[in-house]
Design a binder for this molecule. Structure first.
Ligand code: FAD
Length: 498
C-alpha cells in the first residue's frame, strides 16, 4: 500500500525546502523527494581535492537581521535552526567596457559617491533612480510576505499597511528600465543600469520587473550580502535538519517520474523505481517545463500554461569553471564577486558577461590552506553542446575553459600558472546535476511584459498541484524562491486548514 502524507514536495531546492519547512513547522506531515544525493539544487555544492565549491548561487540576499525581507533568516528560524554568515563589504566589483569600474559597496552612500564620481552630470538622476528603488523596497519590507493568492491575507495586510500596498500595486506592472529612463539620460549610465539588472535577472533593465529591482538594489545595502560559513550548501543542509526536527522527512535518490492524477486531481507521485506515495497536496519544485512536459506528460497543457509560455522562455544555461588557484594570484583586497564585460554589444551573448565568485575571500576554510576557489561562469546554450562525441565534447570544454582563463588572466595575472584544480561544467552538466530543463537558469520574458504581473503564483490549473521555485512569482534567486516557498506553504496551509 502507498504511504500517505499531507504534502509531498518534489525537489529540495530552496523553494521546495522553504515550503516543506514552513508546513512542517505548522504540524503538517511532509515528504520531500529529491532525485540527487544532497539537497539544495542550484544552491548545492560539491567537494573535490579538498575544495568545497558552490554549484551555483553564492551572492546571498535574505540573511539580514531586520525587516521582513530577510526570508532565509526567517525560514531557518521557523524550524529552530540558524546559520553563521559572513558579511560581504562589496556586493559586486564591475569591470566594464571603456575601463568603467564600479564597486557596489554595502554602504549605500559610499556606493552612490563612487557611481556619481564616474557620472557627475547624473548626480540627481542616480539618487532619484536608486531612491525610487528604495520606495519599492520599503513597501515590501513593511509587510509579512505571504501568498498574494490568499484573500484573507491581502485584506489583513492592506488594512495594516495601506500605503505600502498601494505603492506595490503601482510598481507591480513596471520594469526597472521605465524608472531608470525617467531620471537618467546618459546612455553609458543606462548601460550600467542594464548590467545591474542583467547580472541577476539575465535580461536588461527594460525587461526586469521593478519589484525585483527594488528588492535587489536596496536590500544589498539594508540586510546586505552575507555568505554562509561553510558554503552555500549549508542553507539547504540546515533547512533539512529543521525539517527532520519538525517531524517530516526527505528522501534522496528519489526521482519522481510522474505526478499521479485521479479524477482530474493531483493525488500522488510515482518514482522512477515504481514506488508510489500519496498526499493531500503535491508541490513541484521542478521548473514549469519539467513539471508540465515530463511529470504530467499525458495531461494536455492547460491554457494558462500555454499563455505563460507565450510570455516567458527559457534563459540560457551556464558554462562554469570551478578552479582551485594558488592564493598569491588573488590580491587580499579583491571583492568576492566580480563581473567582467569587454563589449556592451555582447552583454547577453554566450561568453559575453563573465561572472566570478571567490568565496574563499570570505570563508578561507572552503579550500586547502594557501589556495582560493574561483567560480567563473558565463551564459551558454545547451544546443551548442548537443550531439557531440565524447572526444569532441571534452575538446570543446577545454577550448571554452581556455578562453575564460585568458580573460581571467587580465585581472589576475599568473592565474593560469597557479592552477591547482579545474572542473568544467557545461549546460549538459547543469541539466543533469541540477535537474533543470536544458540546464536553464530559469524563465525570462519573451518580450517587454507588464513587470511581474504575468508571473504565476503557486496554485496551478490542476487541483491539488502547486508549483514553487523560480518559475513562480517572484522569479530567480535564493531569497526570491524563499518568498515563493513562504507563499506556497501559506496557500496550502489555508487550503488544508492548518
Ligand atoms: C551558476 C548559477 C549562479 C547563481 N548565482 C546566484 C546568486 O549568486 N544568488 C542568488 O540568489 N541566486 C543565484 N542563482 C539562482 C538560484 O540558485 C536559483 O534561482 C535557485 O536556487 C532556484 O531554486 P529553486 O527552488 O527554484 O529550485 P532548484 O535549485 O532548481 O532545485 C530544484 C530541485 O528539485 C530537484 N528535482 C527536479 N526534478 C525532480 C524530480 N523529478 N524528482 C525529484 N527531484 C527533482 C532537483 O534535483 C533540485 O534539487 C544562481 C544560479 C546558477 C545556476
Amino acid at each position: 500500500m502507498a504511504l500517505s502524507y499531507d504534502v509531498i514536495v518534489i525537489g529540495s531546492g530552496i523553494g521546495g525546502l522553504v515550503t516543506a519547512t514552513q508546513l512542517a513547522a505548522k504540524g503538517s506531515q511532509v515528504l520531500v523527494l529529491e532525485s540527487y544525493i544532497i539537497p539544495g539544487g542550484s544552491a548545492g555544492y560539491f567537494e573535490s581535492n579538498g575544495y568545497r565549491f558552490d554549484v551555483g548561487a553564492s551572492m546571498i540576499f535574505g540573511f539580514g537581521d531586520q525587516g521582513t525581507t530577510n526570508l532565509l533568516t526567517r525560514a531557518l528560524a521557523a524550524v529552530n535552526v540558524s546559520l553563521e554568515t559572513i558579511p560581504d563589504p562589496v556586493q559586486i566589483h564591475y569591470r566594464l567596457p571603456g575601463g568603467l569600474e564600479v564597486q557596489v559597496h554595502r554602504d549605500y552612500d559610499k556606493f552612490l559617491q563612487e557611481l556619481t564620481a564616474k557620472f557627475p552630470h547624473e548626480r540627481e538622476g542616480i539618487a532619484q533612480f536608486y531612491g525610487e528603488c528604495w520606495q519599492v523596497f520599503n513597501c515590501l519590507n513593511a509587510m509579512e510576505l505571504l501568498s498574494l493568492e490568499e484573500f484573507g491575507y491581502l485584506m489583513r495586510v492592506f488594512f495594516q499597511h495601506p500605503l505600502a500596498c498601494l505603492g506595490l500595486v503601482k510598481y507591480l506592472p513596471q520594469n526597472a528600465g521605465d524608472i531608470a529612463r525617467k531620471y537618467i539620460k546618459d546612455p553609458a549610465l543606462l548601460k550600467f543600469i542594464d548590467i545591474e539588472c542583467y547580472c541577476w535577472s539575465v535580461v536588461p533593465a527594460d525587461m526586469t520587473p521593478a519589484i525585483n529591482a527594488g528588492m535587489v538594489f536596496s536590500d544589498r545595502h539594508y540586510g546586505g550580502i552575507n555568505y554562509p560559513k561553510g558554503g552555500v550548501g549549508q542553507i539547504a543542509q540546515k533547512l533539512v535538519e529543521g525539517l527532520e526536527k519538525a517531524g517530516s522527512e526527505i528522501k534522496y535518490k528519489s526521482k519522481v517520474s510522474k505526478i499521479i492524477i485521479e479524477n482530474n486531481r493531483a493525488v500522488g507521485v510515482e518514482l522512477a523505481t515504481g514506488e508510489i506515495y500519496r498526499a493531500k497536496r503535491i508541490v513541484s519544485n521542478a521548473t514549469r517545463w519539467d513539471t508540465f512536459d515530463k511529470l504530467l506528460g499525458d495531461v494536455p497543457l492547460p491554457p494558462k500554461e500555454q499563455k505563460w509560455r507565450q510570455n516567458y522562455r527559457k534563459s540560457p544555461s551556464f558554462l562554469s569553471l570551478h578552479l582551485g588557484v594558488g592564493a598569491s594570484v588573488i590580491p587580499p583586497n579583491t571583492a568576492c564577486h566580480q563581473i567582467i564585460l569587454e563589449d556592451w554589444q555582447q552583454m547577453e551573448d554566450p561568453e559575453g558577461t563573465l561572472f566570478v565568485s571567490i568565496p574563499t575571500l570570505l570563508d578561507p576554510d572552503l579550500a586547502p590552506s594557501g589556495f582560493h576557489i574561483v567560480h567563473a561562469f558565463t551564459p551558454h546554450w545547451v544546443d551548442d553542446w548537443r550531439g557531440l562525441a565524447p572526444k569532441e565534447y571534452e575538446q570543446r570544454k577545454e577550448e571554452a575553459a581556455g578562453r575564460i582563463i585568458q580573460r581571467l588572466e587580465k585581472i589576475f595575472p599568473g592565474l593560469d600558472a597557479q592552477l591547482d584544480f579545474m572542473e568544467v561544467g557545461t549546460p549538459r552538466s547543469h541539466r543533469r546535476f541540477l535537474n533543470r530543463v536544458d540546464g536553464s537558469y530559469g524563465p525570462i520574458p519573451q518580450r517587454r511584459l507588464w513587470g511581474l504581473l504575468p508571473m504565476p503564483f503557486n496554485r496551478t490549473s490542476i487541483p491539488g498541484l502547486y508549483c514553487v521555485g523560480d518559475s513562480t512569482f517572484p522569479g530567480q534567486g535564493l531569497n526570491a524562491v524563499a518568498f515563493s516557498g513562504f507563499a506556497c506553504a501559506h496557500r496550502i496551509a489555508v487550503d488544508l486548514g492548518f
